[in-house]
Write a protein that binds this ligand. Sequence first.
Ligand SMILES: Cc1cc2nc3c(=O)[nH]c(=O)nc-3n(C[C@H](O)[C@H](O)[C@H](O)COP(=O)(O)OP(=O)(O)OC[C@H]3O[C@@H](n4cnc5c(N)ncnc54)[C@H](O)[C@@H]3O)c2cc1C
Ligand code: FES
Length: 490
Amino acid sequence: MVRGRCVRIRTHPIIDFPKRKQLSFCFQKKRLVGEEGDTIASALHAAGIRTLTTSLKYDNPRGFFCGIGKCSSCLMRVNGIPNVRICIAPLKEGICVEMQDKLARLPVAEFFGEPTKTLDFDVLVVGAGPAGLCAALESASRNAPVLLVDENQCLGGQLVKQTHKFFGSREERAGTRGIDIAKDLECELHRLQREGKIQVMTDATVIGYYESKNRHRFGVVKRCEYKSRLYDVRCKAVILACGAMENMLLFPGNDLPGVYGAGAVQTLMNVYGVKPGDRVLMVGAGNVGLIVSYQLLQAGIMVDRVVEAAPVIGGYHVHAAKLRRCGVPIFTSHSIKEVYGDEKVEGAIVVKLDEQWKPVKGSEEDVPCDTICLAVGLTPSTRLLSQIGVDLEFIPEAGGYVALHDESMQTSVRGVYVAGDASGIEEASTAMIEGKIAGLAAAMQLGRIRKKNLLVQYQNQLSQLRAGPFGEKPRIAKEKIAKHVEIGHV
Ligand SMILES: Cc1cc2nc3c(=O)[nH]c(=O)nc-3n(C[C@H](O)[C@H](O)[C@H](O)COP(=O)(O)OP(=O)(O)OC[C@H]3O[C@@H](n4cnc5c(N)ncnc54)[C@H](O)[C@@H]3O)c2cc1C
Ligand code: FES
């Protein structure tokens, strides 16, 4: 097991990371200390522990990858309960955390004690990122009772780690930091919660869709003290705003502790105030790669360089210019060939690519670093949509398989809506408007509002946001989706 020094961030130009109450817990029979508000993963990381498990076949050390509950590389046993995703599980005083020695063992004690509880709502919203929050607010403010479910402890999805100011339109809060947008949306949500129009369930996962005669029916698992309680949730309309999963790259050493997705790096440093490492190699110069690189510098972490396989930078040039001013070189037509290290990342070999994206012989360069951050794109989370049986189509510009949907975000199954990254990878501003459209359309379907003007207004805002050169990819994606709908797929 690899241990290093403590890596808490105490000074930051934008976020306050005060010292919080200490919580003591046990890891592999050793006593460690974390802080209130930590997840188990962030507490372990802050204590310098990066190895969480070993691979099944070769016994290689493994760390966590996505940091947002999407992959399963962080499964551990907590208080005897197996397969707890510690990147989203809260740290509690006195818990016992163990590595699973490859295979999970079921606990001896009975832990499915309580009977299933049934809940009935007009609208179920899955995911409380910008899309889900806006969808829930829109439906609830039209008097359609909403249940909002998210598997994280806090609301906001990816917004809670975005410390930079947003571009886009005034309506979608351009010039405001993502973290502040998340707080504003949460405030509005609490107001509607107090009025009894929304119920919120955090630390809960929508696990599946079940048959029902005249309702949509979902299984929801709510976690409490690492144990699970099952809810049978019925609704007239559902809005799936499940976000996206980080893409992985194939190269030797990609499973060493210290190879992270950009979301994990952002979560560790901007949500929990924990440094992912000291010297980072960033892979990918799209907006995510550029923004996260700058945020690493703000947290006092060295970014050795950014490598980008394409011949041009994919993100906004203003972000690239900021990085260059800070002395971080960006190498286009370059990629990562392999990562080396005994039990954790110790360095990487980067290589130049030719016009066919093939490695140029002799161009290998050794880059010493302890962290590799992969910002190589996202794939829409469509598992629930696929299980419901909505029509899906592979649209490369949308990031992979996406649910076909009409202009009101309704899929091929009546009453099933989609919004945000789950409907095609884009950005938070468009996710918010898509959420509003889906929330409003669901309320209209339930007869809570009749006028269509607002829907049209939102649809126009969306087109305006996609009008510029950086909106080209999502514009093409949505045009392809519309084409499939037009020829009768929805
Ligand atoms: C690392 C990273 C950096 C980014 N940087 C930027 C940026 O700088 N600017 C920008 O505009 N955009 C950025 N984006 C993209 C932007 O964050 C997304 O476009 C936006 O957050 C999408 O919103 P969403 O609501 O669709 O998804 P998310 O914000 O991802 O929210 C989805 C939510 O659904 C929950 N969920 C998923 N499945 C379930 C389930 N089965 N049950 C319960 N809950 C579930 C998740 O826990 C999550 O909270 C970034 C994305 C990433 C990953
Ligand atoms: S699910 Fe925890 S790291 Fe991916």
